[in-house]
Ligand binder design. Sequence first.
Ligand SMILES: Nc1ncnc2c1ncn2[C@@H]1O[C@H](COP(=O)(O)OP(=O)(O)OP(=O)(O)O)[C@@H](O)[C@H]1O
Length: 252
Amino acid sequence: MISVEKLGLAFGSGADLHKVLHEVSFSVAEGEAFGLVGESGSGKSTVLRCMAGLYQHWQGRIEIGGRALGRKIYRERCRLVQMVFQDPYGSLHPRHTVNTALSEPLHIHGIGDVDARVGQILKKVGLDASFRYRYPHQMSGGQRQRVAIARALILEPRILLLDEPTSALDVSVQAEILNLLAELRERDGLTYIMVTHDLGVVVHLCDRVGVMQHGRIVDVQPSEALVVGHGLHPYTRGLVDATRDATGRAAA
Ligand SMILES: Nc1ncnc2c1ncn2[C@@H]1O[C@H](COP(=O)(O)OP(=O)(O)OP(=O)(O)O)[C@@H](O)[C@H]1O
C-alpha cells in the first residue's frame, strides 16, 4: 500500500549541507503496522515528517495505493494520511476546546454531521461526553493523547503516522494508549508507521520493523525476530542487546 523509494533529504546548503536521509526505501502493506527504530538522530522522525508533508524538499518517491504522494499538504492527502505527535500538549491548541479541535477539520473539509461525528470519535477513543468542552489543560496527558488521536482520525484516514505516541506519557498510561491504537487498527483496518525508541513497543504493536542508522535503513525484520534474535543485522543486534542490558530481560 505504501512504498517509499530512495527518500533523501538534506538541510542547509553549500559547505553547511547536512544530509539527513540517504536513499531510504521500505514498503508497508495495507493494514500493517511498521515500526521505525534506531538511535537518536538517525532520521526516524524526518521520514515521517516527509510523509506527512511537513518537509517538502525531499527527493525520491512516496506512493500510496500506487499513486505518487505530492510534497505539499493538500485536501485529499489529509483524508488519507494523518500524523500523531509525541507531545499532545504541543499538538493541541491551548485555547481550543476538544469540540473545536475535533470539529475544525470537518468544517475545513466541508463534511457535515459534525455533532454526531465528534460524539462518535470521542467514544471511539474512550472519552465520554464530559470531555467535549474541556480545554487541553483540564485533561491528563493520556486523555490529551486520546484527543490528539481522535483529531487525527476524524477525517477517517487510512494511514496513521505515529511519532513516539506514548513516550511523553507516564508508564502506567503508555499501555492504555498502545492498546487503544492496537484496537483502532484492528477495528478499522488502519495502516500504521510508528517511530519509537522502545523495542518492547515494536514487539507489542508492530508486524515488522525498519532499523535506521545515520539516515539509512540498515535492516528490516519481522518484529518477532527481535525476540528470537536470529538473523539480525549487527546494528539491530546491538539495539536488542542494549535493551536487554537496560531492562535485564528480552525486548518483549
Ligand atoms: N529542521 C532541521 N534542520 C536541520 N537539521 C535537522 C532538522 N530536523 C532534523 N534535523 C537533523 O536531522 C537528523 C535526524 O533527526 P530526526 O529527528 O529525524 O532523528 P530521530 O531518529 O527521529 O531522533 P530522535 O529519536 O532523537 O527523535 C538529526 O541529525 C537532526 O539534527
